[in-house]
Write a protein that binds this ligand. Structure first.
Ligand code: ADP
Length: 310
């Protein structure tokens, strides 16, 4: 937590995990990643220092939790609101590479982050102290139903008093007990937010949307003011009022790793929008950052590599 910020206070809420990926000779490389954390990382990289970025989650009291919190702190992301739970550990996932195809194995069912909203007072304090809130469908999916409602109620309060609440539905059917449960809670997420940042391929696959306009319409019906629909190399469409404007993607000759394309787009979009209040310019900037990110390996590209993008 930082004091005396002039720009504003950004709070991202969710689960960060230990990431194991293959290194040379059968060794495993350890990292830390998770959708809402990745977005916090890119928001930090793109916002000036008068903005604070905090991550809200729960961690355990083991060495891995300590290391993760240190990693966040070293990245300039505040950890002051993170609850530490006795005897718990962070979630973990492994990236398996076979014949150039990536698949993921997860160990997250009993991660500390599942209890991130169990203490409503801590959650309220953090949200009240922040100007901009960010969460995702994955944040909602990993919470017990009752705690997800606690979080949503706090976010609706923030929205009601005029704060920006940004939501990436990040649809992951496997994390939900049923498709109906996912649909219902994603709608609740939309109701609690002012800005939705869905990915069209996910929305088409899991909500049956037949066009980008139908995705925009659905999130606006939930109650979001602005909808930014990401669509990979086909760009992003901003739905605001009755306008729908396509902002093209940046042409990338050789895609190396699309991990975090959407997360980095979100972080960069928000960083630009919060400073300049121009959604089209923010989407163009976010497309530049995402294009850079997919030309590098891994979820978290160092801020130095992004500096040249204005
Ligand atoms: P998600 O990772 O959430 O599925 P997308 O695949 O839609 O999100 O990608 C998010 C953003 O990343 C896009 O709006 C675009 O700016 C950029 N992007 C993704 N894939 C490509 C690509 N192949 N070429 C150029 N830009 C891309």
């Amino acid at each position: 937590m930082q004091e005396a910020v002039l720009g504003g206070r950004f709070l991202s809420i969710g689960e960060c995990m230990v990431e194991l990926s293959q290194a040379k000779d059968g060794h495993l490389r350890k990292g830390f990643a998770g959708d809402t954390f990745n977005t916090a990382w890119y928001a930090r990289a793109c916002l000036p220092t008068d903005w604070s970025i905090d991550y809200f989650t729960a961690l355990g009291d083991d060495a891995m939790s300590d290391e993760m919190a240190t990693f966040m702190g070293n990245a300039g992301i505040g950890t002051g609101y993170i609850r530490r739970l006795r005897g718990k550990t962070p979630g973990l996932y492994m990236i398996n590479l076979k014949d150039g195809e990536r698949s993921f194995s997860y160990w997250r069912d009993s991660s500390a982050a599942r209890q991130l909203a169990a203490d409503g007072d801590v959650l309220r304090t953090a949200i009240e102290a922040s100007d901009v809130l960010y969460f995702s469908g994955i944040t909602l999916a990993v919470l017990p139903r009752e705690d997800a409602y606690t979080l949503l109620a706090e976010l609706r309060r923030a929205k009601a008093i005029g704060k920006i609440v940004a939501f990436d539905p990040n649809l992951r059917p496997r994390l939900w007990s049923s498709l109906d449960a996912m649909h219902a809670m994603i709608a609740e997420g939309g109701r609690a937010s002012t800005l939705a940042l869905p990915s069209f391929d996910d929305e088409a696959a899991h909500f049956g949307d037949d066009s980008i306009s139908s995705t925009i319409r659905r999130y606006r019906q939930y109650g979001t003011t602005m909808v930014v629909v990401k669509n990979g190399p086909d760009g992003a469409t901003i739905g605001e009022g009755s306008d729908e404007t396509l902002v093209p993607a940046v042409k990338v000759e050789k895609v190396i790793d699309t991990t975090s394309a959407g997360d980095s787009f979100n972080g960069a979009f928000l960083a630009h929008y919060l400073q300049h209040h121009d959604a089209l310019a923010a989407a163009a900037f976010a497309a530049e950052i995402a294009a850079k990110v997919i030309q590098e390996h891994g979820a978290l590209v160092s801020p130095e590599k992004l500096k040249s993008i204005q």
